[in-house]
Design a binder for this molecule. Sequence first.
Ligand SMILES: [Zn+2]
Length: 185
Amino acid sequence: MSLIDISPPAFDLDVALAYATPDNITGKPFYRADARPYLHPKAVECLAVAIALARPFGLRLKIFDAYRPVEGQWALWRASPDPEFVADPSKGGPHNRGVALDLTLIDANGRELDMGTAFDALTPLSHHGRTDVPLEAQRNRLLLLGLMTAAGFEFYTNEWWHYQLFNARTYPVVAQSDLPSPVMD
Ligand SMILES: [Zn+2]
């Protein structure tokens, strides 16, 4: 089954793929500048619910990563071979199956809400349930957690930004060649 491009305007969200920029844990881009965010159709159904749940709060979703080629998993693994934060590429993680996404919330002006740490901050402060980040950040994390959970996603305890479908590993790993356009060269 092919994945679906979740770019606006078809989806009312922002996309800023961190791995298409140098601002990521490897220090350089490893996605193409024109990389598109792809998700499995089941994850897209849940995403649409999350978008609708955020809207009455004047909030939108900002996507940092969605489908990630296995080649990209290796790039991250080489930079941070820590299974607490990066799924082992040899097994294929949820992102490689198109059923996971990394995201935050933005306000009406497109500003990211304070989540206490940056995306991909490999520190225990990124874990859910931390009471030593500012209270507003705790509230924002809980709001994202509530929206995404109500929409049908499973959270990941070590990363406030990561959500995935339940039973993620029952979905097949997707090859770039099965997509309308490549994410990586
Ligand atoms: Zn993730």
